[in-house]
Design a protein around this ligand. Structure first.
Ligand code: NDP
Length: 247
């Protein structure tokens, strides 16, 4: 039996990396998927790929840092599928720099995409989720939001902010049977981490008890679990998917 049969899942930042893996895994589990991102070409390629898996797919271009785009993403979803069961806030960026060198723009871009983008999409979807008296919100944070990281004050603050937002939304929406949880990946092999120096990667591996980098699918499996009916008694929690890096 498919874990997400007929569920409607909106996944932000699903043109590549972890978001794309979540969309694939959800499609395989029978969900109708709404994919989204800024790059239209990648969006179209992804749509074809998912349709090849037999899924019903809607592709909506959106920059989550803009409230109007978030609203449009949810409106287009409702026009086509008439409901939203799952919202995965995955879109995220880094603009790393030491605090002393970090520009206001680097701070703003990361906060606006990662933290405000998550708020925008939840805000746009909430009325519908409450009306349905059903919903699963899953926010992608990071172990960096728990531990902090030199060179990432903007990113760590955005990801820590997502944790506070997750717990508050969980409390606000629980009475309507809408759950809200966060997943904190460790070091996952995607475009985001591809630019890191090999030496740094080897050093990082030493801090991972399972001594390998994570794959996007490792995160996707946790997200599917939280979106499934098996997770109906879980809300306001943060789940690390990090090979044991933080414990
Ligand atoms: P990638 O850089 O590989 O992919 C990022 C995705 O987000 C792309 O699909 C991109 O699409 C989309 N995106 C970026 N900015 C926006 C925006 N303003 N509006 C809409 N979509 C946007 O990153 P990952 O897959 O590695 O990361 C996914 C999430 O996981 C992020 O939130 C990241 O912080 C988090 N994470 C990743 C870790 C890792 O080690 N990789 C570790 C911990 C957390 P497009 O370019 O088409 O807009």
């Amino acid at each position: 039996m498919s874990k997400l049969a007929n569920k409607v899942a909106v996944i932000t930042g699903s043109t590549r990396g972890i978001g794309a893996a979540i969309a694939r895994e959800m499609a395989r589990e029978g969900a109708r998927v709404v994919i989204s991102g800024r790059n239209q070409t990648r969006l179209q390629d992804m749509q074809k790929e998912l349709e090849g898996l037999g899924a019903e797919v809607l592709a909506v271009p959106a920059d989550v840092s803009k409230m109007d785009d978030a609203k449009n993403l949810i409106e287009k979803t409702l026009e086509k599928f008439e409901r939203i069961d799952i919202l995965v806030n995955n879109a995220g960026i880094t603009r790393d720099n030491l605090l002393m060198r970090m520009s206001e723009q680097e701070w703003d871009e990361v906060i606006n995409t990662n933290l405000k983008g998550t708020f925008n999409c939840i805000k746009a979807a909430t009325r519908q989720l409450m009306r349905q008296r059903y919903g699963r919100i899953i926010n992608i944070t990071s172990v960096v939001g728990l531990q902090g990281n030199a060179g990432q004050v903007n990113y760590a603050a955005s990801k820590a902010g997502i944790i506070g937002l997750t717990k508050s939304v969980a409390r606000e929406l629980a009475s309507r049977h809408v759950t809200c949880n966060a997943v904190a990946p460790g070091f996952i092999e995607t475009d985001m981490t591809a630019a890191l120096d090999e030496k740094i990667v080897e050093e990082l591996k030493k801090q991972i008890p399972l001594s390998r980098l994570g794959q996007p699918e490792d995160v996707a499996k946790m997200v599917v679990f939280l979106a499934s009916d098996d997770a109906s008694y879980i809300t306001g929690q943060v789940f690390n998917v990090d090979g044991g890096m933080v414990m």
